[in-house]
Write a protein that binds this ligand. Structure first.
Ligand SMILES: O=C(O)c1ccc(O)c(O)c1
Ligand SMILES: [Mg+2]
Length: 634
C-alpha cells in the first residue's frame, strides 16, 4: 500500500508537516495550496526537502470553480489554471485536484462543463499534468461521483480522470458499488476520511468533523473493497479536515493517521475474500497488507490503581467485600481480589498526590500476537520491571497514558501471577459478593478522544456503541462505549474538556516510573471508575454499610422521578432508597447500581444486571455527576 496524507490534516508549517509525514512512515503527501502559499520555502526547496525526506508529492490541491461557467469567466479560469501548472512544474508534480464548481456556475449545462474540462485537460497536457475531477458533496451542480465520472468520460481526455473522496461519497449515502463501472486507469486519486454521524449541512460536517478511518461511522472497509474491485492502483491518501487534529502535536497526530490506514488495510484484507478477491493475489490492487490476526479479549486480568494514599482505597475495597491478598513478593504493590475482580494497588511516587486508574490487564487468546500487532500499529510500548521468575506481560500506552497489558486468557481460572502475591493458599473471604469487573470508565482528554477510539478498535478489536451525551454540572460529557461483542469487556470512554493534555511517554529506565501523564490526569481532577459486578447488590450494599462504606448520596427528587417513570412498588422503592441504589430498566432486564465516594480521582460502582440488561444506567449518570460535584464543592 502506498500511503499519503494531505498537509491540511495536521498542524505546523509545511516543512513540519512534511517532516512528520516522513518520520512516521508515509510514502507521500498531498500539497494543500494554503500550506504552500504560507510557506517561506520556494517550490524548489520543497522538492529538495521531499527528496531529502524520501517522500513523494502526490497531489496539488485544490483548484476551485473551474467548469460550467461563461466563456468570459472560463478564460480567467484557464489563466489561473496555467499559473498553477507552471507552479506544479517547479514542484515537479503532475497531478492536480479539480473540485466541482460550488459558486460561479449559474446557468448549468453538462455539455459546457464537458467542453471546458476537456480544454483544461488539453492545457494540462502541454505541461505533462493530469487533472483529477472531484465531486464535492455540496457542489452546486456536480455533487456525486457518478456525475463527475459521466462528465470526465464524455470529455474523454487521457489526462483527465476522477478523484474519489470517501467523505463526499459516503456523506451523501452514495453507493460505492458503481466504482467498478469506472475504468481503473480513470480513477486518478483516492482520498479517505471517516466521520461521525451528524445531522448538519455537508460543508460544515466536512470542514470540521472528518476524522481518521476507524474513528467515525462510515463503512470504509466496504469502500476499499469496492475500490479494489474497480482495480484502483494509486496511493491511499488521507484528507481530513478536523478542528482538533489541526491543533494537536503534529508527529503524534500523523502517527495516528498512519495507524488508521494500517488498521483499515488489515480490515479490508479480511473482507476481500467475501468479495471473491484473494488478498494474496494481484487482484489486491492497492497491495493492502493484513496484520497478525488477533481475537478480542476474553476477560479482565486486573486493574491497577496508583494512589498517594493506598490505605483509603484499600479500606473502600475491603468494605465492598474484597479480600486483601497481600503484598507482591518483590514489588511494593498489594492485591485485592473478589471473584474475578483483581485490583492491584500501587503507590504514587513521593510528591504526587491523588489516585488514578493507571493500568488495565486484558486477557487474550494470544497475547504475544496482540503485542506484535500493537507494535506494527506504532503504539508506544509500556515498560515494566520484571524479575526473571515473574510473569512477563507486554503492554502499551493508551492515548490517555493508561498502561494496557496483554495477558494470557484463563477461561475462568485464576491467573498464574496471583501466586506472586501474599499467601496463595489464603481462603476466599466470606464477603466476596463482587464476582468480577463489569466495566471500566476512563476519562479521556478531549483532544485524544478519536485517537482513543481507534486505539481500542485497532489494538484490542473492541467495537463502538452509539455515542451518548451526559449533562453534568461542569459541562456536557460525551460518552462512547467500547466493548467486545459478547459484552465481556465494556469500556465507556468519557470525553471531558477539563482534562489536560496527556501525551503517552516512553519510560526509558527499567523501573516502572509513573509518567508525568498520570500526574496531569490527577490534576485534572476528573473522576474515573471501576464498576464491579454482583448477583446480589442488596446484600452487598448491606454488608458494605455495616462495614462503614460511605455511599454516594442520591437525592429524593431522583426517587420521585423514578417512581413516576417505572411505577415501582413501595417496598422495592424503600429498598432502593435505603441502600442508595439507582435503577434502570430496558427491554432486556433491570439494572441496580450504587457508587462510592471518590478518592483522589477514583471511585467505584457496584452493578447488578438482572436478566440481560445491556446498558450502563445512562439516565442515572447526571444524578451521579451532580452528587459528586456537590460533594467536591462542600
Ligand atoms: O472543503 C473543501 O473545499 C475541499 C477541498 C478539497 C477537497 O479535496 C475536498 O474534499 C474538500
Ligand atoms: Mg477531497
Amino acid at each position: 500500500m502506498r500511503t499519503s496524507i494531505a498537509t491540511v490534516c495536521i498542524s505546523g508549517s509545511l516543512e513540519e508537516k512534511m517532516r512528520a509525514a516522513a518520520e512516521v512512515g508515509f510514502d507521500g503527501v498531498e500539497i494543500f495550496e494554503q500550506d504552500l502559499m504560507t510557506s517561506p520555502l520556494s517550490p524548489e526547496q520543497v522538492v529538495d526537502l521531499a527528496r531529502e525526506l524520501g517522500i513523494t508529492l502526490d497531489l496539488y490541491q485544490p483548484f476551485r470553480d473551474l467548469e460550467g461557467v461563461s466563456e468570459e469567466v472560463f478564460a480567467e479560469n484557464l489563466y489561473r489554471l496555467e499559473e498553477k501548472f507552471r507552479l506544479m512544474q517547479r514542484l515537479d508534480m503532475d497531478l492536480i485536484l479539480i473540485c466541482s464548481n460550488v459558486g460561479t456556475a449559474t446557468d448549468w449545462n453538462d455539455d459546457v462543463a464537458i467542453d471546458q474540462l476537456g480544454r483544461a485537460a488539453d492545457l494540462g497536457a502541454k505541461y505533462g499534468i493530469r487533472l483529477a475531477y472531484e465531486a464535492l458533496a455540496w457542489g452546486r451542480y456536480v455533487n456525486t461521483y457518478e456525475h463527475a465520472w459521466s462528465l470526465v468520460e464524455q470529455a474523454d481526455r487521457p489526462n483527465l480522470g476522477v478523484c474519489l473522496d470517501s467523505f463526499h461519497i459516503l456523506s451523501r449515502r452514495s453507493d460505492p458499488s458503481a466504482f467498478s463501472t469506472i475504468p481503473a486507469e480513470k480513477i486518478f486519486f483516492l482520498q479517505l476520511a471517516d466521520a461521525p454521524e451528524m445531522m448538519m449541512d455537508l460543508l460544515s460536517w466536512s470542514r470540521h468533523y472528518r476524522n481518521f478511518p476507524g474513528e467515525g461511522s462510515f463503512d470504509l472497509v466496504n469502500f476499499m473493497v469496492e475500490l479494489t474491485r474497480a482495480g484502483y492502483t494509486g496511493p491511499v491518501s488521507l484528507e481530513i479536515f478536523n478542528d482538533v487534529f489541526r491543533q494537536t502535536d503534529v508527529v503524534r497526530t500523523t502517527r495516528d493517521a498512519l495507524r488508521s490506514l494500517v488498521w483499515l488495510a488489515d480490515a479490508t484484507c479480511a473482507a476481500l475474500p467475501a468479495a471473491g478477491i484473494d488478498p494474496q493475489s494481484e487482484a489486491n490492487t492497492m497491495a493492502l497488507e493484513a496484520l497478525e490476526p488477533v481475537a478480542a479479549p476474553t476477560g479482565w486480568d486486573y486493574a491497577e490503581i496508583k494512589a498517594e494514599e493506598t490505605e483509603e482505597i484499600a479500606t473502600l475495597l475491603t468494605q465492598l467485600g474484597f479480600t486483601d491478598r497481600g503484598m507482591h513478593r518483590t514489588k511494593d504493590v498489594r492485591l485485592f481480589a473478589s471473584g474475578d475482580a483483581r485490583i492491584v494497588l500501587n503507590e504514587l511516587p513521593l510528591g504526587v498526590s491523588g489516585s488514578v486508574i493507571a493500568g488495565l490487564g486484558f486477557q487474550l487468546p494470544d497475547p504475544k500476537t496482540s503485542a506484535d500487532r500493537a507494535r506494527h500499529l506504532q503504539i508506544p510500548p509500556a515498560h515494566r520491571a520484571n524479575r526473571a521468575d515473574e510473569m512477563v506481560l507486554r503492554g502499551v500506552l493508551a492515548p490517555d497514558g493508561t498502561e494496557v497489558f496483554f495477558a494470557p486468557e484463563q477461561n475462568g481460572s485464576a491467573p498464574g501471577w496471583l501466586t506472586e502475591f501474599g499467601d496463595p493458599e489464603q481462603p476466599v473471604g466470606e464477603h466476596e459478593l463482587v464476582t468480577g469487573l463489569d466495566h471500566v470508565n476512563l476519562a479521556q482528554p478531549w483532544q485524544h478522544f478519536d485517537e482513543a477510539i481507534l486505539f481500542y478498535t485497532a489494538a484490542l478489536g473492541l467495537g463502538t456503541q452509539p455515542p451518548a451525551e451526559v449533562p453534568s454540572p461542569q459541562g456536557l460529557v460525551r460518552s462512547q462505549v467500547m466493548r467486545t461483542e459478547d459484552g465481556t469487556i465494556r469500556l465507556p470512554l468519557n470525553m471531558v474538556p477539563q482534562v489536560l493534555d496527556v501525551a503517552p511517554t516512553h519510560n526509558q529506565g527499567t523501573e516502572r516510573v509513573p509518567t508525568g501523564s498520570h500526574d496531569q490526569m490527577r490534576r485534572s481532577a476528573y473522576p474515573q471508575h471501576l464498576a464491579f459486578a454482583t448477583d446480589d447488590i442488596v446484600s452487598l450494599a448491606r454488608n458494605a454499610a455495616a462495614a462503614g462504606l460511605r455511599f454516594l448520596p442520591v437525592p429524593d427528587n431522583y426517587y420521585e422521578d423514578l417512581q413516576a417513570r417505572f411505577r415501582l412498588d413501595e417496598k422495592f422503592m424503600d429498598t432502593l432508597r435505603e441502600h442508595h441504589l439507582l435503577y434502570d430498566r430496558d427491554d432486556e432486564g433491570e439494572f441496580l447500581h450504587f457508587y462510592t465516594r471518590t478518592i483522589g480521582t477514583v471511585f467505584f460502582e457496584v452493578v447488578e444486571r438482572r436478566t440481560g440488561y445491556n446498558g450502563y444506567g445512562a439516565p442515572n449518570a447526571p444524578v451521579r455527576m451532580a452528587a459528586q460535584y456537590a460533594i467536591e464543592r462542600y
